[in-house]
Design a protein around this ligand. Structure first.
Ligand SMILES: *Cc1c(COP(=O)(O)O)cnc(C)c1O
Length: 497
C-alpha cells in the first residue's frame, strides 16, 4: 500500500516513509491510497481476539511493508503489557439499553491519546530502520495538556529518540502540569512557555522552519520529528478501537452481526473521529458519526453549512483538549469526500491559510451530512450532563466525554434515532477534578493534586493508579522561557553548544 499526499504534489511513499516523515513535503497529509474493505466474516473473526490481536489485525491491513512479526511486536508492546493493566485498552461500560461508553483512558496518562502514542514510538523506530535513516528522532511537541504527557510516556527511554515538550505556562491544569514536569526517563525534556497554546505552537513551528538549527541537529545526528496527530502513525492505531467496540457489542449481544451502531466522539483536531470514519469504510456498520464540539463550534457550523470559518473568538472551556479553531485532520476527510481531488483540497487549504475560511463543493456537503451529525455543547450543559449522569446512573464522566454524551442526546432527539450508540470516553474524570467537582456542586480547594482525593471522597469513585501516585512526585522540569528562547531550550536539551 502506498501513502499519498492530500495535496498531490509529493510522491507517494510506503507506510514507513509516511510515518518517518509525519507530514508531506508539499504541506499535505499522508493518506493510504486504498481503504481495505473487510468482509463481515473477517470482522466477526476478531470477536474472540484480545485487544492487541485486534489491533495487530487492523494495523496489518495498512502496514504491508511491515512483517507480521513486527506488527505483533508493536501491538504487544503497546497493548499486551503493563501500560493498560488498569482496566484494559478499550473496555465498554454499558449505561442503559441503548448507550455504552468506550473508556479509552486506562493507559499511563489517563487520556485516549495513550492508545496511539503507546504504539507510535515502535512504529517510528521500525520505520526509520526500513528507510535507512541513521539519525535519531528529536520529537518536538507543543501541547495543550494531554498530547504532551502521552507522548512523553510513549517515548521515554526509546533508544533512537529524544522528546522535548513545550506547554503554555498559563494553559494547562495543575494536574496536567505536574504529570509533565515530573516525567521520568533519560531522553525527555519539558519546558513551560510564556503565553498560551497558540504561542507555544507558533514557537514549535518556527523551530521546524529554522534552517540553522536543523543543520546543527543534523551534524549532531538528529532530525526533527513530531508526535502530532497529523502523523498517520497516530491515526492507524485509533481505527482498531472502533472495530473492537463493534466486536464487543456483538459479543455482549447488544448488536447482531451486521447491525448498525452510532459513535459519538468529542472532537478537537478531528483525529479520533476520522479513525471512526475509516473503521466505517473498512466495514464496521456505522449509521452516523456524531461529531461533538464544545463552545468552539467551528466543526458544527462546517458540517451543517459546508463553510469552514475560523474567523471567530477562541474560548477557553472546561474541555480544554477540544479548544481548537483549525482541525488539521479534517484535510484527510475532505480528500476522501471529494474523491481524492487533491486540487480541490489544495484550494481549500490555500483559502484557509489566506482568509481563514473555505466553502466545500455541494457534493462534499451532502456526503458530509450523510456520514456526520455535528452538534455542540455549552459550558452549562457540559456540567449538568456530568451531574445528571452521576445522579441518575452512578457513572462519573469527564468534561470532554460529557460534551459527546450531550450532543448524542441532541442527535437522538432531532432524528428520532434509537440505534445503539457508543460514546467515546476520552479522559478520566480525575484529570479534570476542579471542573468535575464544580459540575457536581461540591465546594473545593484550589486547582492541584489535592483535588484528586477530594473528588474520590465526593464520589466514591476509584482514582486511576497513575494519578493516585502523582501526589508523591517531585517536579524535575521547572524552567519557563519566552517564545523567542524556545530554540535555545532545544539546543540546551540536546547539548548542542
Ligand atoms: C485530544 C482530546 C480530544 C480531541 O481529540 P481529537 O482527535 O483532537 O479530535 C478529546 N478529548 C480529550 C480528553 C483529548 O485529550
Amino acid at each position: 500500500m502506498q501513502y499519498q499526499s492530500t495535496r498531490g504534489a509529493s510522491p507517494a511513499v510506503a507506510a514507513a516513509g509516511a510515518i518517518s516523515r509525519g507530514i508531506c513535503p508539499d504541506g499535505g497529509l499522508y493518506v493510504p491510497d486504498t481503504i481495505p474493505r473487510l468482509s463481515q466474516e473477517a470482522i466477526a473473526g476478531l470477536t474472540g481476539a484480545s485487544y492487541s490481536e485486534r489491533a495487530a489485525a487492523i494495523l496489518g491491513y495498512y502496514l504491508d511493508d511491515f512483517s507480521k512479526e513486527e506488527i505483533e511486536l508493536v501491538a504487544n508492546k503497546a497493548y499486551g503489557g503493563a501500560a493498560f493493566s488498569d482496566g484494559g485498552v478499550a473496555p465498554l461500560r454499558r449505561l442503559n439499553a441503548a448507550t455504552s461508553f468506550m473508556e479509552l483512558w486506562h493507559g499511563p496518562t489517563c487520556a485516549f491519546k495513550d492508545v496511539a502514542l503507546q504504539a507510535l514510538p515502535s512504529l517510528l523506530a521500525m520505520s526509520l530502520r526500513k528507510i535507512n535513516e541513521p539519525r535519531k528522532a528529536c520529537v518536538l511537541t507543543a501541547t495543550s495538556g494531554d498530547t504532551g504527557k502521552a507522548a512523553l510516556e510513549g517515548f521515554r527511554d526509546a533508544p533512537n529518540a529524544g522528546i522535548f515538550v513545550f506547554y503554555p505556562r498559563d494553559g494547562v491544569s495543575e494536574i496536567q502540569k505536574l504529570q509533565m514536569t515530573s516525567q521520568e526517563g533519560s531522553n525527555v525534556g519539558v519546558m513551560a512557555v510564556e503565553g498560551n497554546f497558540d504561542d507555544a505552537q507558533t514557537g514549535v513551528k518556527a523551530i521546524f522552519a529554522d534552517e540553522g538549527l536543523r543543520a546543527q541537529l543534523d551534524a549532531a545526528g538528529y532530525f526533527l520529528s513530531s508526535a502530532n496527530s497529523i502523523n498517520c502513525g497516530r491515526l492507524l492505531p485509533q481505527i482498531a478501537y472502533y472495530v473492537s467496540a463493534y466486536c464487543d457489542m456483538i459479543t455482549s449481544g447488544e448488536l447482531k452481526p451486521g447491525e448498525e451502531l452510532v459513535f459519538a466522539v468529542p472532537t478537537g483536531n478531528f483525529g479520533n473521529i476520522l479513525a471512526a470514519w475509516y473503521a466505517g469504510e473498512m466495514g464496521v456498520p456505522i449509521r452516523r458519526l456524531v461529531c461533538a464540539s464544545n463552545k468552539n463550534d467551528v466543526l458544527t457550523q462546517f458540517i451543517n453549512t459546508g463553510v469552514y470559518d475560523s474567523n471567530r473568538p477562541f474560548y477557553s472551556t472546561v474541555s480544554p483538549s477540544m479548544d481548537i479553531l483549525v482541525s488539521s485532520n479534517l484535510e484527510r476527510l475532505l480528500f476522501e469526500l471529494s474523491d481524492k481531488d487533491s486540487g480541490a483540497v489544495s484550494e481549500y487549504m490555500r483559502a484557509l491559510s489566506g482568509t481563514g475560511r473555505y466553502e466545500v463543493a455541494d457534493s462534499v456537503k451532502s456526503r458530509l451530512l450523510g456520514a456526520f451529525y455535528g452538534g455542540y455543547c455549552t459550558e452549562e450543559d457540559t456540567k449538568s450532563t456530568i451531574a445528571e449522569t452521576f445522579r441518575n446512573n452512578g457513572y462519573l464522566i469527564d468534561t470532554h466525554t460529557a460534551v459527546a454524551y450531550k450532543v448524542l442526546r441532541d442527535y437522538r432527539e432531532a432524528n428520532g434515532d434509537g440505534t445503539p450508540a457508543v460514546v467515546v470516553s476520552t479522559a478520566s474524570p480525575f484529570k479534570f477534578c476542579g471542573s468535575v467537582l464544580d459540575a457536581l456542586g461540591v465546594a473545593h480547594g484550589p486547582d492541584g493534586v489535592d483535588l484528586i482525593e477530594e473528588l474520590a471522597r465526593a464520589t466514591g469513585c476509584p482514582v486511576p493508579a497513575p494519578l493516585a501516585r502523582l501526589g508523591e512526585k517531585q517536579p524535575r522540569f521547572t524552567g519557563c522561557v519566552p517564545v523567542g528562547a524556545m530554540a535555545g531550550a532545544v539546543r540546551d536539551f540536546l547539548q548542542l553548544r
